[in-house]
Design a protein around this ligand. Structure first.
Ligand code: GLY
Length: 383
């Protein structure tokens, strides 16, 4: 769908990253007429394309809490979701089920993986503990300095740039109007209700707005009456990309406490990442490159000899408690948040789409969303 004139929609989704695309798709599947606003030239060109695509809730979790429950629901939705996208668009998002390894190189790392193993075994989750030989038998690229490892067979990966393409295609097929090069400027609110969005391409009348603008979520203002803003901070993550030899010598996603490598089917291996509070400075730095290379070569020394073929930086959207901000704003009817996904945007996008769409259509909050309500914050100010 091109940039044709649309002046009204049942729902306006602000932000064309994977979260906004998934919300738009889930609403369209429930027969709503949706307009999606993307300020860039194409959807999904920011954090959604910069990500590593790991769907690894168990590998990163220290406890079973509400976030873990949401993250596992997000991961478990991916199989039917990938099948549906392939059916709708013909695009394979390369949901790779090889699994994920978490390596220990120091005594401290070993204590961490032992704790993680124990709580997950007690919770009957799928996790295996490997000694150094077992880990290296599974992946010969792993450094001989490894002391122990965990294997998470259900923690998988997806090719996130293919995901962006598939979602952009899918939403068009479901009748979502995608308006690119279109910036949302302010919400127009009348008597505590959303009535329109003023954008760089005109005013769009609507009674439902979903804020899915990732790291840019704090820029939206309002007129008529004000709305409580949520503070979302950009956290830069740099990524490196190397060319693997053929045949591919490594298949699992492999983490250590200091970084990760993600082998792709097309012969690339991604290595990440940094966690930097530097505003919107989209640079790859010498220091970032050094840190990521050090972590990647600790995992697999052969990475040090690979050709660096690409590098980039993206902005993770972080709320002050690191948790996503999901659901209805209690002070302004018709306003919903789907932002603050921080390190987990790819993992949580499909489940976010489904839960937000359910909340909008049924006018009821799904239980999984309770912990993530925007109401948990003291408003940072009225915009
Ligand atoms: N999800 C991995 C990262 O944010 O680096």
């Amino acid at each position: 769908m091109g940039n044709q004139e649309v002046k009204a929609a049942e729902a306006v989704v602000i932000g064309g990253g994977v979260v906004g695309l998934c919300v738009a798709r889930s609403l369209a599947l429930r027969k709503m007429k949706v307009l999606l606003l993307e300020r860039g030239e194409n959807p999904g060109m920011e954090a959604s394309s910069a990500a590593g695509g790991m769907l690894a809730p168990q590998c990163e979790a220290d406890r079973a809490d509400e976030f873990f429950e949401l993250a596992c629901a997000g991961r478990d939705l991916y199989t039917p979701f990938a099948d549906a996208l392939r059916e709708e668009t013909g695009i394979d998002i390369e949901l790779d089920r090889t699994g994920t390894l978490y390596l220990a190189f120091t005594e401290e790392d070993e204590a961490e993986i032992t704790d993680r193993y124990e709580w997950q075994r007690r919770a009957n989750l799928s996790v295996e503990k490997l000694n150094a030989n077992e880990a290296r038998e599974l992946e010969s690229w792993i450094s001989p300095r490894v002391r122990a490892a965990l294997r998470f067979p259900l923690d998988v990966q997806v090719e996130n740039r293919r995901l962006v393409r598939a979602l952009a295609e899918s939403v068009k097929r479901h009748g979502v109007q995608v308006r690119t090069n279109a910036e949302a400027i302010r919400l127009i609110i009348d008597r505590e209700r959303v009535v329109a969005v003023e954008t760089s391409v005109g005013v769009i009348h609507t009674s439902v707005v979903v804020m899915a603008c990732g790291a840019w979520s704090s820029f939206l203002t309002s007129s008529g009456s004000r709305f409580p803003g949520v503070r979302i901070e950009p956290v830069r993550g740099q990524m490196l990309c190397f060319a693997l030899p053929s045949p591919r010598p490594v298949r699992h996603v492999i983490y250590s406490p200091r970084g990760y490598i993600v082998p792709r089917r097309d012969g690339r291996v991604l290595a990440g990442s940094t966690t930097e509070h530097v505003g919107f400075e989209a640079r790859v730095t010498a220091e970032g490159l050094r840190k990521i290379s050090t972590a990647a070569t600790e995992i697999a020394p052969q990475v040090g000899g690979l050709a660096l073929t690409d590098y980039w930086a993206g902005f993770r959207p972080r709320a002050e408690d690191d948790l996503p901000v999901l659901g209805a704003c209690s002070e302004v009817a018709g306003l919903f948040y789907a932002t603050g996904h921080y390190r987990n945007g790819i993992l949580l996008a499909p489940v976010t789409g489904e839960l937000i769409a359910e909340q909008i259509v049924n006018n009821e909050t799904p239980a999984l969303l309770n912990r993530f309500s925007p109401d948990r914050f003291t408003p940072v100010g009225m915009f």
